[in-house]
Design a protein around this ligand. Structure first.
Ligand SMILES: [Zn+2]
Ligand SMILES: [Zn+2]
Length: 370
């Protein structure tokens, strides 16, 4: 079974890095084995916490986890390291760690953003789509080396290969040294001797790219999914950016949605409302489900079909379907029906007795979920 890392750390799905770090620090200190000697449960909990943090603190792995529900790669390496530390080591690693060297930066490709329109069925059941977009890809002329003679690049003379140049700012006591990305090599620390004319010395050409994307069930309109490394390739062998897929939802002819819940309206004849009936209600899986409408149901009454709504993203739970039943009023009737209706109208049993104001639709939905 998949673990909910957000729940383990007690943070929301959109928590920022700082919130995650704070939650992790607090929990890790609470359940640290040094503070709970011999407590097997605390030990297990501590391992879970470390594992959750390992994934959620790494933007790449967090995205992967959000998108596919797994984090890819071996979880537990860092968790094991943390586990072998004492409380003191753990705390100092949090405050002392993070040396920032001035090594040349790899130039990462930019992200590509696309819109993907999905039907409600695709949103509910997940989908596989081939998408096409323009992206910077390896230049065939130079094979991505950026050099027309395919010679390996030299160290950038401007920055000496560090990818950064230093400027002095201010004077006297307040002089400061500010580092900036080297303008000549754009931070790569390399110089191309004979730039490839086909790609202008970047090693990249813009091309039409086809990509198969998997949309997990439960994605919703407005959500952006990231496919790691499917964006523009980075110049000079740098990492590729991501493909950001913004989901747009097509309106459905039958259902409307409210969060994870689906709303379905249906029309029933007056005698059926009075006598009771069983209705066939369509679902997004294609199969229909039956709904028992009891005798004496008012027009506008709502019913809840539990678990027949949309899947919840990154969860195995589903929302519900809310069915509203209306009385069907025929636009026109013949003389036979007219007689029948007139008889009904004059019968005492059909005279209204209650005149309480109708509850608003959302008020009733709220009551239903109480
Ligand atoms: Zn080239
Ligand atoms: Zn440079």
């Amino acid at each position: 079974m998949k673990k909910d890392y957000y729940a383990i750390l007690g943070v929301s799905r959109d928590a920022d890095a700082e919130t995650i770090k704070r939650a992790y620090r607090r929990l890790a200190l609470e359940y640290h084995p040094d503070r709970n000697p011999g407590n097997k449960q605390a030990e297990e909990r501590f391992k879970e916490i470390a594992e959750a943090y390992e994934v959620l603190s790494n933007p790449e792995r967090r995205r992967q986890y959000d998108l596919f529900g797994t984090s890819g790669g071996g979880v537990g390496v860092e968790a094991e390291t943390i586990f072998s530390q004492t409380v003191e080591e753990f705390i100092s690693s949090f405050f002392g760690g993070g040396r920032r060297g001035r090594r040349p930066q790899e130039v990462t490709g930019e992200d590509v953003r696309i819109l993907l329109e999905l039907s409600l069925e695709e949103v509910a059941n997940g989908a596989e789509r081939e998408v096409e977009y323009l992206r910077d890809d390896i230049c065939e002329t130079c094979g991505g080396t950026a050099s027309s003679s395919k010679r390996p690049p030299q160290t950038c003379p401007t920055c000496g290969g560090t990818g950064q140049v230093a400027y002095r700012v201010g004077g006297g006591f307040f002089q400061q040294i500010v580092y900036q990305t080297c303008p000549d090599c754009r931070g790569s620390g390399m110089r191309i001797i004979d730039p490839c004319s086909a790609c202008g010395g970047t090693g990249l050409r813009r091309k039409l790219h086809k990509q198969l994307v998997q949309i997990p069930p439960g994605a919703a309109g407005g959500m952006t999914l990231a496919l790691k490394g499917a964006g523009h390739r980075g110049p000079w062998g740098g990492r590729a950016g991501d493909l950001l897929i913004e989901i747009q939802e097509k309106p459905h002819p039958v259902f409307s949605r409210e969060g994870d819940n689906l709303i379905y309206e249906t029309w029933v004849s007056y005698p059926e409302l009075v006598l009771g009936t069983t209705l066939n209600i369509p679902t997004l899986s294609g199969e229909s489900t039956s709904l028992r409408v009891p005798p004496g149901t008012h027009s506008g009454e709502i019913f809840r079909l539990q678990g027949k709504g949309l899947p919840r993203y990154s969860s195995r739970k589903r929302g519900d379907m809310i069915v509203q039943v209306h009385v069907w009023v025929p636009p026109k009737v013949g003389s036979e029906e007219k007689r029948l209706l007139e008889t009904m109208r004059d019968t005492k049993a059909f005279q209204p007795t209650e005149r309480k104001p109708e509850k608003h639709f959302w008020r009733r939905v709220k009551d239903l979920f109480k």
